[in-house]
Each structure stands twice: as C-alpha cells, then as structure tokens.
Ligand binder design. Sequence first.
Ligand SMILES: [Zn+2]
Ligand SMILES: [Zn+2]
Length: 148
Amino acid sequence: MALDYHGADFRQVAPLKVDAVAELLGSEICIRGRLETRLEACCDRCLGPVIIPVEQEFNLFYRPVSTIAREEEVELPEDELGVGFFSGDGIELADVVTEQVILALPMKVVCRTDCRGLCPVCGANLNIEKCGCLPAKEDSPFSSLKEG
Ligand SMILES: [Zn+2]
Ligand SMILES: [Zn+2]
C-alpha cells in the first residue's frame, strides 16, 4: 500500500504492513487493527537521516456525518472524543492508516539522545567534526548553573 503523506517531512522506507478489520455496527463503522512500517525523517538537531520504526495499534469509530445534521446539537461524551465522522459511502482505509502513521511519530526526532547537532556558526555537523568556532554556551540550559 502506498500512502500519500501530504508533504510531511518524512518518508516511508519499508513496506507498510496493515492488519485491519472494518465492522459495521449499526450506522457506525469500527476499524480495528495494527500497522507496522519504518519511516525516515530528519534529525531535529543535525538534520541527519533517522529511521523510525513504527508500530501502531488502533481501534477507531466513525459515524456518518448525516447523524450530526439530524441532531441539531451534538455533545459527545468524554469517552467518545475519539470518534470520527465520515460522509458518503464510507471510509478510505488509506486515510485512516495515514493518520495513524502520523500519530505514531514522535514529536521530536533526534538521531540519538546525545546528538550534538550543527554548529550554529559554521553549520558543521558536530557529531562528525570539531569546528574551530567557540562553543555556543547559551544553548545549554545548564551552562548558567556551572558558571555560577
Ligand atoms: Zn542528529
Ligand atoms: Zn562552527
């Protein structure tokens, strides 16, 4: 399955495996399953490539949009905030899966926890080389502690 991630800043580097079952419960559609793939994104610090294994389980409910139109005001109970809506004939599984892949991504992508990032002065990758620039002390939240 090839997904369209709408210009997101990562790309899929392994085949996407999806096991999903869609069930019709009254007028609602229930989609359950899990997906597995690998994505490549850029490290937030050094911009190097980072492989992110993705494993996501999902259990989703969708209601036809027409049910909102009929009930003037719809107040969803707390536990139903995860309910989505669909219009027309049903739901594109690809859309559901794309959303789940994006949800599975970490907020912050770093190639490794101690990534040194790029030198703010010359742009050198500090994981690979030591540039001659002065260390940017203000980048560290602890620098003020050390200096007293
Ligand atoms: Zn990095
Ligand atoms: Zn530098």
